[in-house]
Design a binder for this molecule. Structure first.
Ligand code: KIV
Length: 271
């Protein structure tokens, strides 16, 4: 069975399990606003991730660490309004779950209650498994996130591939702990393709890769990277499917030229 069609009702966690069983690849994109969410949903993307990468690509900040739960909730609400079919998943931002499982459950409940999203995502492996269990027990579907975890970038020594050599054992231990805790999916970020394939084969839950090769059950990309709106330095794992940055630059230049020339607005654009 394939994933539900474009006109089908909402995608549920069971559809992802079925997709894994059938070898149907799962697609995910980040989204942080109503208009991009509407376009990606209509295009047939299975999962819309309101990532804390919004701190970088929406708010222009250096790291993801400073984005707050309130800020995430505003963005997630906008995405959830537009998503008719795709599952909307929202990141638990840094500082909203580490202090205690109770804090994590409270943050996850706020996301579910105030946004209309269907699941939360949380970074960490073995060390966060107890917290994942508590959120799942509260009736909230959870996506894990292991390998390179941007909220720990200072502890990890920067943007570096994880799960190489001796740390391959940690990757599989983290993946198993996240699955055992009840997550229905796990993001594998910046890990060697072979290790990601092994983890995918080992787990019964779905794996979604970003910089993890093509052996995972699905893929996710930050849309501003994939569609060329982010004109800054991009990671090697990004493929550019459009050049929206250049298109917008040209469009803005054309608009400026028309206004300067007095040709905009024309008669038919005036009352
Ligand atoms: O915040 C985000 O966009 C993410 C993806 C990189 C998976 O966590």
């Amino acid at each position: 069975m394939r994933m539900p069609g474009i006109d089908a009702p909402k995608i549920r966690t069971r559809h992802f399990h079925e997709a894994k069983a059938n070898g149907t690849k799962i697609t995910a994109l980040t989204s942080y606003d109503a208009l991009s969410a509407r376009i990606f949903d209509a295009a047939g993307v299975d999962m819309l991730l309101v990532g804390d990468s919004a701190a970088n690509v929406v708010l222009g900040r250096e790291t993801t660490l400073s984005i707050t739960l309130d800020e995430m909730i505003v963005l997630a609400k906008a995405v959830a309004v537009s998503a008719k079919r795709a599952m909307v998943v929202v990141d638990l931002p840094f500082g909203t779950y580490e202090i205690s499982p109770n804090q994590a459950v409270e943050s996850a409940i706020r996301i579910m209650r105030e946004t209309g999203a269907a699941a939360v995502k949380i970074e960490g492996g073995v060390e966060i498994a107890g917290t994942i269990r508590r959120i799942v027990d509260a009736g909230i579907p959870v996506v894990g996130h292991i390998g390179y975890t941007p909220q720990s970038e200072h502890a990890l020594g920067g943007h570096v591939v994880q799960g190489r050599g001796a740390s391959a054992g940690k990757l599989i231990a983290d993946a198993r702990a996240v699955q055992q805790a009840g997550a229905f999916a796990v993001v594998l970020e910046m890990v060697p393709a072979l290790a990601a394939t092994e983890v995918t084969q080992d787990l019964s839950i779905i794996t979604i890769g970003i910089g993890a090769g093509n052996g995972t059950d699905g893929q996710v990309l930050v849309w501003q990277d994939a569609f060329g709106l982010n004109t800054g330095k991009k990671p090697r794992f990004v493929r550019e499917y459009a050049n929206l940055g250049a298109d917008l630059h040209t469009a803005a230049q054309n608009y400026i030229a028309d206004v300067h020339a007095g040709s905009f607005p024309a008669e038919q654009e005036s009352f």
